[in-house]
Design a protein around this ligand. Structure first.
Ligand code: HEC
Length: 329
């Protein structure tokens, strides 16, 4: 097994040890369970934790800290992917909460810069507050450690109306995570079999590995939450042509250990840091062979996209009826 998959397997094992089990079996988590303390949002608004953020809502809760250099940016980027899939419900039926585990350092300003790197729409609140209050909330949600770096990289899903609460992994397939959240809504559960049949038809029991380069599998799982190739700058820069515009050694270092490049005050990274505020490319524990798989994937994908982009030109020579302004001679 490759090193990255071992790291993720380890993370996932920790997560799975809780996944699927209701966090509260008989005792309903609700009004009397959560501290109804005042907390502060990324916009500096003071709100009551239970009354304003939990009451009557379906919520997805994650735990983060803004100076985190490994998993929290990836976790947050994956939640942003789920939020995108739920965009019609976010802020109406479903809400996302990201609670800092480092209230001493995470000011509302820092949270806002971090938040904006991932999402700027409604329905996703980042909160901090008095350290004792935030710790009390985190502890009720199962995060008992006082050390930010030891916080659990898992998410909590809940429906305050029905009193159902469960844990899940941000590294689950995005589709499964989307289903798990929708499942918190009993009305949706009644309608879901239709949808699940549709998903099952698409489901490939062998995962992503069939006929794909190893770099592509890795890219989809841990890079695509932040990067596209040939689409647009997203949470991180678009990577089309990155293998042409950067030195190969630099690329390997950037993929394997961006923190070291930053510590050495690399000028290219300093420029990127200035442009991508609030989020840093995380250290993901990748090996040299993972980096080389990823780089070959980025190079071949670039060629593929450039070829595809060349095609519309050709089709101008043979315009289809009614479609094009170009005149056929
Ligand atoms: C949590 C978001 C996130 C994840 C996950 C992530 N990156 Fe990045 N990446 C960034 C950001 C942000 C930058 C811009 C540099 C900075 O400020 O850290 C960046 C920069 C880069 C660059 C330099 C781009 C350039 O124009 O020179 C490369 C290459 C890169 N990432 C590759 C990857 C690969 C490969 C993966 C998966 C193994 C990955 N990234 C995962 C956020 C991310």
């Amino acid at each position: 097994m490759k090193r990255w998959s071992m790291i993720f397997a380890a993370v996932i094992t920790i997560l799975l040890s809780n996944t699927g089990e209701p966090a509260a079996k008989s005792s309903r988590w609700g009004k009397d369970y959560f501290p109804n303390v005042k907390v502060v949002t990324q916009d500096g608004k003071k709100v009551k934790f239970y009354d304003d953020l939990i009451k009557d809502r379906i919520v997805l809760i994650s735990f983060i800290f803004t100076s985190c250099t490994d998993l929290c940016p990836l976790t947050t980027a994956r939640i942003a992917q789920v939020v995108d899939r739920l965009r019609d419900e976010i802020g109406k039926d479903i809400f996302v909460l990201s609670i800092t585990v480092d209230p001493e350092n995470d000011t509302p300003d820092k949270l806002r810069t971090f938040a904006n790197a991932f999402y700027t729409g409604p329905g996703w609140t980042f909160i901090t507050g008095k350290p004792a209050d935030i710790r009390a909330i985190n502890s009720k949600l199962g995060n008992k450690s006082d050390v930010a770096t030891q916080h659990r990289n898992e998410i909590v899903l809940g429906n305050d109306k029905t009193g159902e609460w469960t844990r899940n992994s941000p590294f689950a397939d995005i589709e499964n995570l989307e289903l798990a959240i929708r499942d918190m809504d009993p009305d949706w559960r009644d309608r879901r079999h239709v949808r699940q049949d549709a998903l099952a038809a698409d489901h490939n029991p062998h995962g992503l590995t069939i006929g794909r380069e190893p770099g592509q599998v890795l890219f989809k799982k841990i890079c695509a939450p932040c990067h596209t190739v040939g689409v647009t700058d997203h949470i991180g820069p678009d990577l089309l042509g990155v293998t042409d515009r950067r030195d190969p050694k630099w690329l390997v270092e950037m993929i394997m250990n961006p923190a070291r490049l930053r510590a050495n005050r690399d000028p290219i990274l300093a420029d990127l840091d200035a442009k991508y505020k609030g989020v840093r490319m995380p250290n993901l524990g990748l090996s040299a062979s993972d980096a080389s798989d990823l780089i070959s994937y980025l190079a071949s994908r670039t060629v593929q996209i450039e070829e595809l982009r060349a095609q519309p030109e050709e089709s101008h020579l043979h315009p289809t009826q009614g479609g094009s302004h170009h005149q056929h001679k």
